[in-house]
Unconditional design. Structure first.
Length: 265
């Protein structure tokens, strides 16, 4: 009876080989399952980041596209009406590797200088030529706004208004390269420079009248600028980097624009 019992016990167990095969199968299944989990986690991390990259790209294109559509907008009255491109290039490269855009605002003062404006002067009278609303001798210029002054020959500058008087404008102190005589055009407008700080990886916008800089977008690695058609057309190529360490390629987006106010300049 002992021998029979021993035979039954041996038949009910597993051999060493069977145990090794079972362990191997379980290990392979566990490894496959873990690889699926890891892959799923990676996809879960990449998808939000990819969507974030695309959103940043859309924001950059919309922001700069809107500014480029305004670039070169000029005066609609006064001695030098029409696009600024008739008098100077309104879209130009900046010294720090960015792009600067000049345009006259859709509303605000437009006139001519009635007095000379020396390179360090802070006051100039304005001559509306009879085009300003009655009872508004300052021609709708407003305090703490920027103005573009140009003479139609070679000079153009941007200034900041500190005070508006009944007959003229008081500007924030600044040194300019040019002197302007009576008759030079002056209009409320904007001069803004867009550039990428490769250290902080930010797209920055600088107000050239005040010198203040504001970040527009994060995780922008670079902005390459190409000038086409003798400067009438500009191509901006952005490279966006992931915000977190995931296996996601950099996103490259190109914006090509011919500002409408430069076509007939």
């Amino acid at each position: 009876m002992k021998n029979v019992n021993n035979v039954k016990i041996a038949a009910a167990g597993f051999s060493t080989l069977e145990l090794l095969v079972a362990i191997g199968v379980m290990t392979a299944c566990a490894a496959a399952f873990l690889s699926l989990v890891v892959a799923g986690q990676a996809i879960a991390r990449r998808q939000p980041e990819a969507a974030d990259q695309q959103q940043r790209a859309r924001t950059a294109v919309e922001t700069l596209g809107a500014e480029l559509s305004l670039a070169g907008a000029g005066m609609d009255r006064g001695p030098r009406p029409g696009p600024l491109a008739r008098y100077f290039p309104p879209v130009v490269p900046s010294a720090d590797g960015g792009v600067s855009l000049w345009y006259v605002g859709r509303s605000g003062g437009q006139a001519a200088l009635s007095d000379p404006l020396a390179p360090t002067s802070t006051y100039a009278g304005v001559d509306d030529g009879g085009t300003c609303p009655a009872g508004n001798p300052a021609c709708s210029f407003s305090v703490n706004s920027s103005v573009i002054v140009f003479d139609g020959v070679a000079c153009h500058d941007v200034l900041r208004i500190d005070t508006v008087t009944a007959t003229g404008l008081v500007f924030r102190p600044a040194v300019r390269a040019c002197a302007y005589g009576p008759g030079a055009s002056i209009a409320q407008g904007e001069v803004r420079t867009y550039r990428v700080d490769t250290g902080t990886r930010q797209l920055l916008r600088r107000d050239e009248a005040t010198g203040s800089t504001q970040p527009v977008l994060d995780n922008v690695a670079s902005m390459d600028i190409a000038w086409l058609d003798s400067g009438r057309r500009v191509r901006l190529t952005f490279r966006f980097m992931p915000a977190i360490l995931v296996q996601l390629p950099d996103l490259v987006v190109t914006l090509e624009s011919t500002p409408p106010n430069q076509r007939g300049g």
